[in-house]
Design a binder for this molecule. Structure first.
Ligand SMILES: NC(=O)c1ccc[n+]([C@@H]2O[C@H](COP(=O)([O-])OP(=O)(O)OC[C@H]3O[C@@H](n4cnc5c(N)ncnc54)[C@H](OP(=O)(O)O)[C@@H]3O)[C@@H](O)[C@H]2O)c1
Length: 386
């Protein structure tokens, strides 16, 4: 394929899978790596080695990847002016997957990476004489704090507010994309995945993913309240923790490999003249109770979903209160409409179910599970912000 493609965020959880897909159809890819964040080429090669790629493929990577060290937060991505323009002129398609997905980071910091970062990437696209096609990775969670009802692909507003600064920063980045497309008369594809998951067990050389972060928060909170130290042979006393959530809550979780495949296929479609936005989501949501059950098997806690914050929280509950932007998702019951994706890709956009076994595999290094009483789930809904 003649078009040369550049990718930001290629060392990330999603970016590595996008890179894998792009290398199926492109002889070479320019990796716009995070300057000062470790040897990107080595990390990429290790990912492919650890995930079973053929030696012939991994051996060829140093020759197929051109790594350019960049910093999203800096004007011209931190490059000298001449290098910036030389880079811009080589790019025929620009994938922007880099960003901070830290749900607990503060807004100014997230804006630097996610909003200013997007601005600088768009400046690169504007500077290139080949007028590169832009593929911007957003999130279905720009829908914000509306917990019920249906979020549509053509919606972009802040009417319901946001659960956390991450959502707001991604929303603001999408506004920039629309503005840029209008100003420059250029098409942009906006891809909005839901929560991405894997069944690949955690490994120190692999990027972590959002559910791993939640599992870590629970584990560390349990440990730091002293509830973790149990004598061998002692009965399993699971501290009870009340968390705000809906018993009929549900979340959209999608296999990261499938998401990358769908995204690359969507980006290959002829664009419209403006912004084409797609929800890259699973057709079946996962009950929050399933997720809670998976987490309870990994962290010895007994989670009780309650309608509102407990008046007299235990030490453990108070600790978890530091993560309201993360735990809010346990109360979500909304659905993401993906009519556009289904209209273009049909049944091939459908992926295998995401079940408890799949989720557990992606969270536990070994068979590190503990027995819990069985839970159940269902899922009605209504339309309002919270
Ligand atoms: N993971 C999900 O469930 C999910 C769901 C919906 C949408 N998304 C979106 O998908 C995109 C990729 O997410 P991910 O899961 O791959 O995240 P990730 O694993 O945290 O990867 C983030 C990537 O961005 C790079 N990066 C961060 N700060 C940078 C900077 N200042 N300059 C240059 N590069 C920088 C990182 O490089 P280093 O690793 O070297 O720091 C890494 O390659 C994000 O835009 C995110 O909002 C993700």
């Amino acid at each position: 394929m003649a078009v040369h493609v550049a990718l930001t965020g290629a060392t990330g959880f999603l970016g590595l899978r996008l890179l894998r897909r792009l290398l199926d159809t492109h002889r070479s890819v320019t990796v716009l790596a995070h300057a000062g964040s470790g040897d990107a080429l080595h990390r990429i090669v290790r990912f492919f080695e650890l995930t079973g790629s053929a030696p012939a493929f991994t051996d060829a990577l140093p020759e197929r990847l051109r790594v350019v060290e960049t910093d999203l937060a800096q004007p011209r991505l931190g490059l000298p002016e001449r290098a910036f323009h030389e880079l811009a002129d080589t790019i025929g398609a620009l994938w922007h997957s880099a960003g901070s997905i830290n749900l607990e980071e503060d807004l100014p910091e997230l804006r630097r990476t996610n909003v200013e970062g997007t601005r600088h990437v768009l400046e690169l696209a504007a500077a290139g004489r080949l007028r590169p096609r832009v593929h911007h990775v957003s999130t279905a969670f720009v829908a914000g704090a509306r917990r019920d009802g249906v979020a549509y692909e053509d919606e972009l507003d802040d009417a319901c507010g946001f659960e956390n600064a991450y959502e707001r920063s991604k929303y603001e980045a999408e506004l920039l994309v629309h503005d840029w497309s209008r100003t420059h008369g250029r098409p942009v594809v906006v891809l909005r995945p839901s929560i991405l998951v894997t069944d690949l067990p955690p490994h120190p050389e692999l990027p972590s993913h959002p559910l791993q972060v939640i599992e870590r928060i629970l584990r560390e909170a349990r440990g730091s309240t002293g509830a973790g130290g149990q004598r061998a042979g002692a009965p399993d006393i699971r501290p009870r923790v009340r968390m705000v959530g809906h018993p009929h809550g549900r979340l959209n979780l999608l296999q990261v490999e499938h998401a990358a495949e769908v995204m690359v296929r969507l980006a290959a479609r002829p664009p419209s003249s403006g912004v084409d936005t797609y929800h890259v989501v699973h057709d079946r949501d996962v009950p929050v109770t399933t997720l809670v059950d998976v987490l309870q098997r990994l962290v010895p806690l007994s989670v009780e979903l309650v309608a509102s914050r407990p008046g007299a929280p235990t030490a453990l509950e108070a600790l978890l209160d530091f993560y309201p932007g993360t735990t809010a998702y346990l109360a979500h019951r909304r659905r993401f409409d993906d009519t556009r994706v289904r209209a273009l890709l049909g049944a091939s956009a459908t992926s295998a179910p995401v079940g408890a076994d799949y989720l557990r595999a992606g969270l536990a290094p070994r068979a590190r599970t503990v027995p819990v009483p069985p839970g159940g789930a269902a899922a009605p809904r209504s339309v309002r912000c919270a």
